[in-house]
Write a protein that binds this ligand. Structure first.
Ligand code: GDP
Length: 494
């Protein structure tokens, strides 16, 4: 039945320390109140965060689709007049890219909405409701289908983009208001990885003050831009009240926002109970390969990556070393040792990868050789999709199930650079061992290193120092925003 806890002896707090509230229908979204059973959080959310989430829920309900305020505001948007008669302001997020990226962009947009008293609406384009339940009570976070702006056509060069407004001196922070006078009724924020100098001024204080007065913001991003919000002076006090433990932003917000739909959750919990629940220890290994060898060998097989995985796991004592003997001799020795030490512990390894080769090879090694401490190692992998197909419904559902399964391990090894891994470590609240990127088909030495924090990395973080008005090293401004372990030019909260 659905109510069997994987670890019935462990007390769990279904509301995640107050992040969630009672009152949602449990049957239509089982994961919401059940995820608590499957991970141990290292942190409790601050009372202030909880207070602000409740306020945000009130705002989402008051200003959301179907309300008088929403009708009023969207009428103004289509007419082009701004007579701000309501106190409802909006942030529309255009969702795209892979699933890991999507989770990072939604969490970032939500935090920005919270900081600027806007409601967050996400676009339907990716059929987000196949993947996630509604997070806010009594309202919907999906942009209604009759939304007046065709934002799907906006690109980096659209004149509506904030960067272009600044560049064309139409409007913006720091521009001479006497020249321009008018405020646009909406602004498009282009914050994709390939954004330009003017787009990045979004992360400056003056520009934030300008944007504060715009009722509709439409944001397109594929990144976790939270670290740069921590560098904007106007947000700093509020952020430290919300997150006294700074490196828990994604952990709390992701557990607040994301609740996989029943189909996905059913496959997650079934898999967990079948293969992971009974093991003495669970180790998740996320294998994401960016190297190619010709067009046919996208995910390998690459023996140097297999070696990297094994030496990382064994050096860091996440998996036992294997003995030297092979075949029958090994088996005899195995039996003998087992009789002596009575070690019948099992480690369950959950691998995720687009390829099945790595899982098969790791399993083969542990099957053919005894381990030095006689632990049994079993390796499981739920799927091997071969290619990334971000617009395929079933494919995305499998990917989400695997992100959640990864988050249910006791230890994690992830592939550097990958937002898929960031999402899993963030949900889990685990500091993973990050496998660094190999170059020219040679695995790096050391093969992996421990992450400084559980936070995701902001890959294409800006390096413009707004105060000094020139480029600077933004990884050295405050002690809690540093360069990432895996992406030297990126920023992360530690
Ligand atoms: P990133 O590209 O590694 O940063 O992660 P994203 O999640 O943004 O994009 C990669 C996409 O490829 C995922 O959303 C999946 O669709 C697919 N993918 C990559 N690795 C895996 C995996 O281990 N399992 C499954 N099921 N899909 C994967």
């Amino acid at each position: 039945s659905d109510d069997i806890s994987p670890s019935p002896h462990i007390e769990y707090d279904r509301l995640l320390g107050g992040l969630l509230i009672e009152g949602f229908d449990e049957k239509t979204c089982r994961s919401r109140y059940q995820f608590a059973r499957y991970h141990k959080s290292p942190s409790i959310p601050s009372l202030y965060l909880i207070e602000r989430l409740r306020k945000q829920e009130v705002l989402q309900k008051k200003c959301g689709p179907g309300t008088k305020a929403y009708k009023e505001a969207s009428k103004q948007l289509s007419s082009g007049h701004t007579i701000n008669t309501t106190d409802c302001n909006y942030l529309i997020l255009i969702i795209h890219a892979g699933l890991g990226n999507q989770m990072l962009e939604i969490a970032s947009a939500f935090l920005y909405a919270l900081l600027t008293n806007r409601i967050l609406l996400v676009d339907r384009y990716k059929e987000i409701d196949d993947l996630f339940c509604e997070p806010f009570p009594g309202t919907s976070w999906l942009v209604p289908s009759d939304f007046p702006l065709n934002y799907g056509e906006f690109t980096q060069s659209s004149p509506e983009s904030y960067g272009n407004m600044l560049q064309n001196k139409v409007a913006g922070g720091n521009t001479d208001r006497s020249l321009t006078g008018t405020r646009p009724h909406y602004v498009y924020l282009y914050l994709n990885g390939d954004y330009g100098f003017h787009d990045k001024l979004f992360f400056c204080e003056d520009d934030q003050q300008f944007l504060q007065g715009i009722p509709w913001l439409i944001i397109r991003t594929d990144m976790y831009f939270v670290p740069s919000l921590f560098l904007i002076p106007g947000f700093q006090d509020e952020l430290s009240r919300l997150f006294p433990e700074k490196d828990t932003v994604f952990h709390h917000l992701a557990r607040y926002l994301f609740h996989p739909t029943n189909n996905i959750w059913y496959s997650v919990t079934k898999y967990y109970r079948s293969y992971m629940a009974k093991a003495a220890k669970r180790v998740g290994i996320q294998i994401r390969i960016y190297e190619t060898k010709g067009i046919l060998q996208r995910n390998g097989p690459f023996p140097h990556i297999l070696n990297q995985i094994l030496s990382c796991a064994q050096n860091e004592k996440l998996l036992p070393e294997i003995g030297m003997m092979e075949g029958a001799a090994a088996e005899t020795q195995n039996k003998g040792a087992a009789a002596e030490t009575q070690n019948n512990q099992t480690i369950a390894v959950l691998t995720t990868s687009l390829s099945s080769w790595y899982r098969d090879q790791i399993q083969k090694k542990y099957k053919e050789h005894p381990t030095v401490d006689d632990t049994t190692v079993k390796v499981y992998q739920p799927s091997h999709e071969e290619y990334q197909r971000s617009r395929n419904r079933k494919h995305n559902m499998k990917a989400l199930a695997e992100i959640y399964l990864l988050s249910m391990n006791d230890e994690l090894i992830t592939s550097g650079f990958s937002t898929f891994g960031y999402a899993a470590q963030g949900l889990a609240g685990l500091k993973p061992w990050i496998m660094f990127r190999s170059e020219n088909h040679v695995a790096p030495d050391p093969p992996c290193g421990r992450a400084m924090s559980i936070e995701p990395c902001f890959h294409q973080a800006p390096f413009y120092d707004c105060k000094a008005k020139r480029d600077g090293d933004l990884g050295k401004v405050v002690p809690y925003v540093r360069h990432c372990e895996d992406v030297s030019w990126g920023l992360k909260i530690v």
